[in-house]
Every structure is written in C-alpha cells, then in structure tokens.
Write a protein that binds this ligand. Structure first.
Ligand code: PMP
Length: 401
C-alpha cells in the first residue's frame, strides 16, 4: 500500500548533522545546527539545570500523572513573567492566556492552528529570509497564506528597514506578521529600538496581528530584559498579539521540548475563552505536554539562587558567542581575506549570515569539511577560538575560488 509514497525532501538543517557525522576528516567543523557548544565543541548542560534536576529527583513526593492540556499553570505564569516582565499590566489584568507547549516549534504550531480556527484573516507575513520551519508551520501545516516582507539587505548586510515598512504598509488589514523577538534567525540582524517603534506604528496603522517568535531570550545579548524589549514595547502599546517562547537555547533544554504559547487579549474574559481554545487545539494533537522539562524551568525561575546562577551562565554563553565573532573577524583580517567582515561582529545571536554564495558554501563543505547551511549561515556557537584561523582560511579560499 505504500508503494506510491514519495521520499520526503531532506530537512535542510537537520540533514547537515547527518553529513557531518559521516565525514571521517579530523578537521571537520559543524556550524550547521543551532545548538550551543563549549570551547571544546561539546554540548553543555547548565549547572542551574543540573541542580534543578537533582532537586526534582530528590523530591519523593513527585508523581508521573498526566498534566492538564495546557500544562503546568506555575510554569505558564513564570514564563509569562519572564517574557512580558514582572510589571506587565496585561498580565496583571489576566489578559494573557498561556499554554505549555512542545518547545518553540510546538508553540508556533499550536498558535498557527488557533489562528486558523479563530482568526478571520488567513494571511501570514514572514520575514525574508526566515527560519525555514516557519513556512512549514504556517503554510503547509496550518494552511494559511504565506507572504514575505523584506528584511535583509544583502548590500549592507543589515536590515532593509524601508523595504520592511513598505511591505507591511501594503499588507491587508489584520494580516498576521511574524516577528523574531530578538536575534533574527538566520541573519543575526535585529531592528534598533527606534526601528521597532517604526514597525509598531505600521502594525498599528494596518491593524496587523503580531506573532512574536522568541527563541533566544537572554541568549542574544546576555540580558533577559533587553532581549524582550520589542515584545514589551508592543504589549505596552495595548496591542493584542501572540508569543511563542522556547527554552531550547536559553536553558539548553533542546531535547526536553519546553516552551509556551501566549495570546494577549483585550480583556480577561476573552483570554479565558482563548485559553480554552488553545487547549482544544492541544487535545487532538498530543493531549497534554510532558512534565520533566517544565519542572526544571519552574525550579530555575522560582528559586533565587538557581535563577541567579542561570543568568550568569546565560551571560557566559552569550559572551563566548560574541568572543567567537571577534575571533573570526580578527582571523579573517589576519589571513587577508578579501571583503569587509564588519557584519560578523555587528550581527547578534547564535548565527552569522556570512554573505557567502551557495557555490562558496559548497566549497566550505566539500574542500574544508565545514558544515553549514547553503544560504551562508553559520552557527557561531559551533566555533572555538582554536578553530577560528582554520575557518578564516576556509572562507578566504572559498571567496577566492
Ligand atoms: N524559532 C526560531 C527562529 C528558531 O531559531 C528556533 C530554533 N531553531 C525555534 C523557533 C524553535 O526551536 P525549538 O522548537 O527547538 O524550541
């Protein structure tokens, strides 16, 4: 019966790790997948997370019962506070419905499905470029109509601010607009606070519905509040909006799949009904979310000692990534690689959008065993000080070939 099933296309990002594993060359470097690595190239479990887990194991009163469809209420409340801030009037007024999800992807998926069922305008604007899974989630899976808005200017390797304003300014009234809360993936280019104000104005003028994707809070700048500034600016302006949160990067909980979807409504009564409908989306998909990762997050966010430790570790990860940007740029200058590489240090977050062409990226992988996405994106977290020079030589060779 499955004779006619075609092979699914390989995932552009996850396939890179497979190819990396199969490469026997000792010089190989995996800069494809967006997961943090130590200077030694190893995955990192944060001490705050380890300690939280030890306490959970030691607590004999815990059981493995099902959670409600919306997950752990304390987890939801703490996640809301982390994103919107302790002083958020919308949160205090009970205007934000939050449901625990399977990481950021699950939050986007539940949010998209909710929009499909309960929001009249079926048009979603995605930045060009954006994280590839956005198209899968909003388009293929939820069946919403996808449109692009200009984001990256390949000349300046910065934000195409005018293009962005003009595309969103021409959007149909009420269209959904996906905004990366910070550390735009894949470009590493974020609007300045003034540019966010301009984006807010056009969102208000066109009555657009913002859907913030926050996968890197605290990871981008090392400061949890700074990385939430755009979301809080829009919420303070009184807008109704959605937020997808992920703890994959900032707490290193990748495989635990912990996240949350929040929907801001104009009143508490609407928020209650929205919450019930988010749960109604969850029920036929997976019934209820898992316990363990959310329990870790609750411990870390509610215990002052663990919270302090987490913030330090978060700042440490962010600093190492920043140091890799500086090291790579310096090495590129030292090997006399042609071109201007200022964008390497100007961009923020886990990724750098190098500007390498597809052919140059192929040379990076085929000749130099450097694994990366073919759009020129590299994960700075995969680099180490010891390998910066090698990477610079590889880039130079690729630019010249
Ligand atoms: N959104 C963006 C922009 C991302 O980069 C990621 C992680 N690659 C996610 C969402 C969600 O990731 P996860 O499902 O692992 O939380």
């Amino acid at each position: 019966v499955w004779a006619g099933v075609p092979q699914a296309p390989p995932d552009g990002i996850l396939g890179i790790t497979e190819a990396f594993k199969a490469d026997g060359d000792s010089r190989k470097l995996n800069l494809g997948v967006g997961a943090y690595r130590t200077e030694e190239g190893q995955p990192l479990v944060l001490s705050a997370v380890r300690q939280a887990e030890q306490r959970l194991v030691a607590d004999g009163s815990r059981n493995k019962e099902y959670q409600p469809m919306g997950g752990d209420a304390t987890f939801c409340q703490l996640s809301r506070r982390l994103a919107f801030g302790a002083e958020c009037p919308a949160s205090a007024a009970g205007r934000i419905a939050t449901v625990q999800t399977l990481s950021g992807t699950g939050a986007l998926r539940v949010g998209a499905e909710f929009l499909k069922k309960h929001y009249a305008v079926k048009v979603v604007y995605l930045p060009d470029p954006t994280w590839a899974n956005h198209g899968n989630i909003f388009g293929n899976a939820a069946g919403l109509e996808l449109r692009k808005y200009r984001y990256f200017d390949s000349q300046t390797r910065g934000l195409d601010y005018q293009g962005l304003l003009s595309d969103l300014g021409a959007a149909p009234e009420g269209a959904v607009v996906v905004l990366h809360a910070c550390a735009h993936n894949p470009t590493g280019v974020d609007p300045t606070p003034e540019q966010w104000q301009g984006i807010l104005r056009v969102v208000q003028q066109r009555r657009l519905l913002p859907f913030f994707d926050s996968a890197y809070q605290g990871f981008a700048s090392g400061d949890l509040d700074k990385d939430a500034a755009a979301l809080r600016m829009f919420t303070s302006a009184g807008l109704e909006l959605l937020l997808a949160q992920s703890y994959a990067k900032n707490m290193g909980l990748y495989g635990e799949r912990v996240g949350a979807i929040s929907v801001v409504s104009h009143c508490a009564d609407a928020a209650k009904r929205v919450h019930s409908q988010l749960c109604a989306v969850v029920r036929p998909m997976y019934s209820s979310p898992p316990i363990h990762g959310a329990a870790i997050v609750v411990k870390v966010l509610s215990d002052p000692q663990l919270f302090g430790l987490w913030r330090q570790e978060l700042a440490g990860m962010s600093r190492r990534i920043q140091a890799m940007r500086t090291a790579l740029k310096q090495a590129l200058i030292e090997v006399r690689c042609p071109g201007n590489w200022d964008h390497i240090t100007a961009q923020i977050g886990m990724f750098s959008y190098t500007g390498l062409t597809k052919a140059q990226c192929q040379n990076m992988t085929n000749k130099w065993h450097v694994y990366m996405t073919m759009d020129g994106r590299i994960s700075m977290a995969g680099l180490s000080g010891a390998r910066a020079r090698y990477m610079a030589e590889a880039i130079k060779d690729s630019v010249l070939s």
